[in-house]
Design a protein around this ligand. Structure first.
Ligand SMILES: Nc1nc2c(ncn2[C@@H]2O[C@H](COP(=O)(O)OP(=O)(O)O)[C@@H](O)[C@H]2O)c(=O)[nH]1
Ligand SMILES: [Mg+2]
Length: 439
């Protein structure tokens, strides 16, 4: 996410760290570097100007200039102002005080509306809600096929808009509302039509949906990879329909960051979620402060911990940590750890949350191969419980048997054992044990 921008911002922070004092001159230089980085990332120029003015005013404050760690101060100011631009604090979805709530998804074609409707339904279901999915598109009735398939995949209810109903759109929408109310669904998530460009016909259709369903949330779904275009179309949708919030999609791709860093400032609408992949679990709650840290390459440990708490078995993790402290870590524990990791998503996704400085410096360049972990698990699965507890008994013939059983080459079995023994050695080192004591 935002790799290029992060790299440039890191250079600026490094520059200011290298300067002993904060002076007007080096502040000006740092601000210039920041400005260029943002403009290259396709951030709206008004946002860049505002950001620069605010950082400058704060950085040139006497207190900062006289402080013992002026660079740290400066970096904190940059981080805070970045968070400010991203919207200060996380804003939850608005639910109706008298259910059902209606979430209406709008945006251009291909922005991710249909996929995100599914992701959002899955997300609210995990909050204990009872969502209903529907697709409303007067021009392309077949548009609902995609959402029906998604609903089926997720095992969530889907409302069918038949051709007959669509002859009378107003009545169809009223009937939908009655159905939703009577069956106790909350929220109703409405996927709407999209076009390549905004036109009056589409806006009239969306206004009809909005007038009749009275949505609690009108969510603009914008493709972050389209940069300022996403911001401009958000403005247009807001003027014509009225928005309440934003979900930015495709932030897993090589989005330059411009949309994320401009849209809140320009539209005054909060980003509530970001889409970070095609799969339905790739929806993250948007936290401005954490995102600011992430963009600056400082990582987002809080989100990583939350992810671990949601997906991993904490008891098991504690057991493993205890064993590491006692130096009783076995291949069986290693296998459990691999399984937990798998539950949390791919390794490369997880690395994205870690800081790009300090002990984790250079970790982004690591070539993480998720397949390898799956192979490792297959190899451990082919071992007997005794071999897992005591890998030293695994001789040549056992290695050959394990390789056959797991369908992996013998070299790979050797590699796994070698890595395990190396890890064991590391765990036994006294300074490592000392470090663990402090955790
Ligand atoms: N990589 C990535 N792809 C996404 C994301 N959200 C949606 N997509 C893809 O974008 C394409 C268009 O999505 P779709 O939901 O059909 O867009 P719609 O036309 O607005 O309904 C599909 O191929 C989706 O899989 C995301 O967060 N990351
Ligand atoms: Mg669609």
């Amino acid at each position: 996410m935002f790799d290029q921008l992060t790299e440039k911002l890191q250079k600026t922070l490094k520059y200011i760290r290298g300067e002993g004092k904060i002076t007007e001159k080096n502040i000006a230089e740092a601000l210039k570097m920041l400005r260029l980085a943002f403009l290259e990332a396709d951030v709206n120029y008004k946002v860049v100007k505002e950001f620069e003015a605010r950082v400058k005013a704060k950085a040139l404050n006497q207190e900062v200039m006289m402080s013992l760690t002026p660079a740290q101060h400066f970096i904190k100011i940059v981080r805070d102002e970045l968070a400010e631009i991203l919207g200060q604090e996380a804003k939850p979805l608005t639910f109706a005080s008298h259910p059902p709530s209606v979430f209406m998804m709008v945006g251009l074609q291909g922005s991710g509306k249909t996929t995100t409707s599914g992701k959002l339904a899955r997300y609210v279901k995990s909050l204990g809600k009872n969502p209903l999915l529907v697709s409303f598109d007067l021009k392309r009735l077949a548009a609902q096929d995609q959402l029906r398939i998604i609903a089926n995949q997720l095992g969530l209810p889907f409302y069918e808009m038949t051709q007959e109903k669509m002859q009378k759109p107003e009545a169809a929408l009223k009937e939908l509302m009655t159905f939703t109310k009577n069956r106790g669904f909350d929220p109703l998530i409405v996927d709407t039509a999209g076009r390549l460009h905004i036109d009056e016909e589409l806006m009239a259709e969306l206004r009809l949906v909005k007038d009749i369903l009275q949505p609690t949330e009108v969510i603009y779904v914008g493709d972050a990879m389209t940069g300022q275009d996403a911001v401009r179309s958000a403005q247009a949708f807001d003027e014509k329909i009225g928005l309440t919030s934003v979900i930015l999609t495709k932030l897993d791709g090589d989005a330059r960051g411009g949309a994320a860093l401009s849209i809140v400032y320009v539209t005054h609408k909060p980003i509530k979620f970001i889409g970070v992949g095609e799969k339905f679990d790739k929806l993250e709650v948007f936290h401005p402060e954490r995102m600011a840290s992430r963009i600056l390459g400082m990582g987002d440990i809080l989100s990583l911990i939350e992810k671990a708490e949601q997906q991993a078995d904490l008891k098991e993790a504690e057991e493993i940590a205890k064993k590491i402290k006692k130096q009783q870590f076995t291949l069986e524990d290693f296998r459990k750890q691999l399984q937990q990791l798998k539950k949390m998503g791919s390794l490369s996704d997880l690395l994205d949350f870690l800081p790009k400085v300090g002990p984790f410096k250079g970790i982004g360049n690591l070539n993480v191969d998720d397949k390898r972990l799956i192979y490792f698990e297959a190899i451990i699965n082919s071992m007997t419980p005794e071999e897992r507890e005591n890998p030293r008994i695994i001789n040549g013939s056992r290695r050959a048997r394990i390789a056959r059983g797991s369908g992996r080459p013998v070299q790979e079995v050797n590699q796994l054992l070698k890595q395990f023994f190396e890890m064991e050695k590391l765990l036994k080192k006294s300074d490592f044990q000392k470090m663990l004591k402090n955790i």
